[in-house]
Ligand binder design. Structure first.
Ligand SMILES: [Zn+2]
Length: 227
């Protein structure tokens, strides 16, 4: 996991944050969680780690959860997400996007086939991180699937953290077709956004698919088999 942590950070040219494992033998299920703190620390529970590790030999579920938590570190450092909501939904969706991006990158987890990460994602997404008390903070399950898919598609390109943020929300709001103004980029972040022709053609080629994930026309099983 320390090497995963280092790969996450070096992908963005940063030094890794502190990663600590948390154990509680007297109440082992209490450590079924992972937390990312604004102070630059990620605490990872042993109960979560061992259960996630049992899911696959390549440990991709833990890699995905860690990449999501590291996404929060990128947000803390860069005052992101640029799209703010009353709940933490935009923060959580973007962290899912960062995780998809990391798993796609050759210098990250290097999975070129989405079906390899979607299966892991279903488990990872079922883990709540309790860094907010708002019960509605994660976004719906289809919205989260859309976010990780969009992040994965963006993983074919080289982006800075802030460019990832502006590209992510530009296309994510397109996916929703303007029906949810709260995730539409505000004027400050929209002005930082520039259309990249290669990204534009890649994402637009998947736009119908992304919309179908969001509105439930692509089932969970179909989602897992996207390539
Ligand atoms: Zn989170």
């Amino acid at each position: 996991m320390n090497s995963e942590m280092s790969k996450n950070a070096s992908l963005w040219g940063l030094t890794p944050p502190v990663l600590r494992f948390v154990d509680d033998p007297s109440n082992s299920s209490s450590t079924y969680n992972a937390f990312s703190y604004g102070s630059g620390k990620i605490y990872y529970g042993y109960a979560l780690f061992y259960d996630a590790k049992s899911k696959s030999s390549d440990n991709i579920v833990n890699a995905m959860i860690l990449a999501h938590e590291y996404g929060h570190q990128l947000q803390f450092k860069n005052n992101l997400p640029s799209v703010k909501e009353k709940t933490a939904r935009s923060m959580e969706l973007e962290a899912d996007g960062f995780a998809g991006f990391y798993l796609r990158k050759p210098s990250g987890f290097n999975k070129t086939d989405f079906s390899q990460i979607a299966k892991a994602y279903e488990f990872a997404a079922s883990i709540g991180d309790n860094n907010t008390s708002s019960p509605s903070h994660h976004g719906t399950a289809p919205q989260r699937r859309t976010a990780v898919r969009l992040g994965f598609l963006l993983g074919e390109f080289n982006l800075s953290v802030k460019d990832f943020d502006s590209q992510f929300f530009h296309y994510y709001s397109n996916v929703l077709g303007g029906t949810d103004p709260s995730v539409t980029p505000n004027s400050a972040s929209a002005s930082a956004f520039k259309i990249n022709p290669d990204i534009e053609s890649k994402i637009q080629a998947h736009m119908e698919e992304l919309k179908k994930i969001t509105n439930g026309e692509i089932s969970v099983e179909e989602f897992k088999n996207l390539n």
